[in-house]
Design a protein around this ligand. Structure first.
Ligand SMILES: NC(=O)c1ccc[n+]([C@@H]2O[C@H](COP(=O)([O-])OP(=O)(O)OC[C@H]3O[C@@H](n4cnc5c(N)ncnc54)[C@H](OP(=O)(O)O)[C@@H]3O)[C@@H](O)[C@H]2O)c1
Length: 216
């Protein structure tokens, strides 16, 4: 697949590399630092390159939205039309200080995004996994027992694309139902992040979640 990465930080940088290593064509975009995008592309290997958000979106079959909630409008404006595209979002609707969700309970960031992008097919995926575990999961992807990853969306074709990418990243995709299920997965993600980053052991807890899954 051709995949455009909108936001090449912890999530976009790692997932882009994982997708490229799994054999997809990846364009890394949206960073303050163009040299960083080029380095990410070099490290991801053949099939990866750096570009602008517009270039990342242009020929992509799927785009990964991986920016802070406060940057969503800006990156979408730079990307241009996403009509007909699969938009996989891991962006959580967080406030600027990252302490709380700004959309919750009666809607979700993913649903808000879908209302903004009426001609695209939005799937919520990867938001429930801390970026620290992505490489480790990918490296072990040949194992029979894989950690689960939930995703949700309203469009069948888009969900098929997302499930394939989830599998390529080394997880077992679990269909959580329609996009409105993101109302429940987004707060759950926040809980995992609080546990992982605010506990004394920091991100180690995130790894433990992954190992825990592995043992079944
Ligand atoms: N990190 C996690 O473990 C995790 C887990 C689940 C969900 N999420 C969600 O995923 C989304 C992305 O998180 P992240 O941790 O990957 O964030 P991040 O590391 O801060 O990455 C954001 C990317 O956006 C770029 N960016 C920000 N402002 C910009 C601007 N004004 N112009 C150009 N580029 C700009 C950053 O540029 P630079 O490259 O210059 O920094 C970076 O590449 C967030 O919504 C977060 O809530 C994160």
């Amino acid at each position: 697949m051709r995949i455009g990465i909108l936001g090449s930080g912890l999530m976009g940088g790692k997932l882009g590399r994982v997708f490229a290593r799994a054999g997809h064509d990846v364009v890394f975009s949206y960073s303050h630092d163009k040299a960083k995008l080029e380095r990410l592309a070099r490290e991801a290997g053949a099939g990866a390159r750096a570009g602008t958000p517009r270039e990342a979106a242009q020929d992509a079959e799927a785009v990964l939205l991986a920016v802070h909630w406060s940057r969503v409008n800006d990156v979408l404006k730079q990307a241009g039309s996403l009509s007909g595209k699969v938009v996989i979002t891991c962006s959580l609707p967080m406030n600027r200080s990252d302490t709380d969700l700004v959309v919750a309970h009666t809607s979700s960031g993913a649903e808000k995004l879908a209302r903004k992008l009426r001609r695209a097919a939005v799937v919520s995926a990867f938001g429930t996994v801390p970026s620290e575990v992505l490489f480790a999961v990918f490296e072990k992807r040949k194992r029979k027992k894989r950690p689960s990853l939930i995703y949700c969306g309203d469009d069948k074709r888009a969900k098929k694309v997302a499930a394939q990418l989830i599998r390529d990243a080394g997880f077992d995709p679990v269909d959580a139902g329609p996009l409105r299920m993101a109302r429940y997965s987004e707060p759950f993600t926040l809980l995992i992040a609080q546990l992982a980053y605010e506990g004394d052991e920091g991100p180690a807890l995130a790894y433990r979640f992954e190992r825990f899954e592995e043992r079944g």
